[in-house]
Ligand binder design. Structure first.
Ligand code: SF4
Ligand code: SF4
Length: 233
């Protein structure tokens, strides 16, 4: 089996185990609100991992991301994700909306464990429906471009475990076909023979582009505190 096919297969079988958590939390949560605590767990875990490895959580561990890849990708129209969803203003807007829901609804049910779980279940349900609808219309990872955990991961994980590109890249764009978050790596290629860091902090660290590249032009730099030379939202 070629390396890319093997990487995709391994990724799918890994995601299969995490995938189940989302439907259990969203559907089961309406009967057992305690399941809603899955939401704050994901927020804390995603941001904690981002400090060391960027948005690694979003590809390798996030149950929602696994659902998007395993199921939603089969019915998504797989168009380009509109720039609006990637914009900093939109991402902050989504974050503010969800934070407002939390700070207005949680005090209302405090200190009921089930009550607070119910608020989390409601948020999980609404965001999952939004992710499914927009994921079908655009790209199955559409939600990941403005998910607040991903946005925080982008900010907290800048410079961590970055992807590099070397001058071996011939801009064939084969890597474009596999990237779940639609990053255009080849635009950072330099002609001077050096490998440079790709300053795209929404990279999910899936490694699919590395496997897909026929020139072996892409690689992950070891975990480091390299400062972003450029910034992106
Ligand atoms: S697949 Fe490799 S050679 Fe082709 S555009 Fe991407 S990085 Fe460049
Ligand atoms: S840039 Fe490469 S490693 Fe990062 S999300 Fe896209 S395909 Fe995965």
């Amino acid at each position: 089996m070629d390396p890319l096919a093997l990487a995709i297969k391994k990724r799918a079988s890994r995601q299969f185990w995490f995938f189940w958590i989302l439907p259990i939390a969203v559907i089961g949560g309406w009967r057992f609100p305690i399941l809603g605590y899955f939401l704050p767990f994901c927020m804390i875990a995603g941001m904690g991992i981002a400090i060391f490895k960027g948005r690694y959580w979003c590809d390798w561990l996030c149950p929602r991301g696994s659902s998007w890849d395993l199921l939603l990708s089969r019915i998504s129209l797989k168009r380009n994700i509109p720039l609006l969803f990637r914009s900093l203003k939109f991402r902050i807007f989504i974050m503010m909306v969800l934070m407002t829901v939390l700070v207005t609804q949680l005090p209302r049910v405090w200190p009921s464990i089930d009550g607070m779980g119910g608020v989390f279940v409601m948020m999980l349900t609404v965001t999952t429906v939004v992710g499914i609808v927009l994921g079908i219309q655009t790209h199955h990872r559409n939600w990941c471009t403005y998910c607040p955990v991903g946005t925080m991961g982008n900010w907290l994980g800048r410079g961590r475990y970055p992807l590099t590109i070397s001058s071996k890249c011939n801009e064939c764009k084969k890597c474009d076909t596999v990237c779940p978050i639609q990053i255009k790596r080849w635009q950072y290629r330099l002609e001077n023979g050096k490998a440079v860091i790709i300053p795209e902090w929404d990279c999910l660290k899936c490694g699919l582009c590395i496997e897909a590249c026929p020139q072996k032009a892409l690689a992950f730099k070891e975990m480091s505190n390299v400062k972003a030379r450029n910034s992106n939202a």
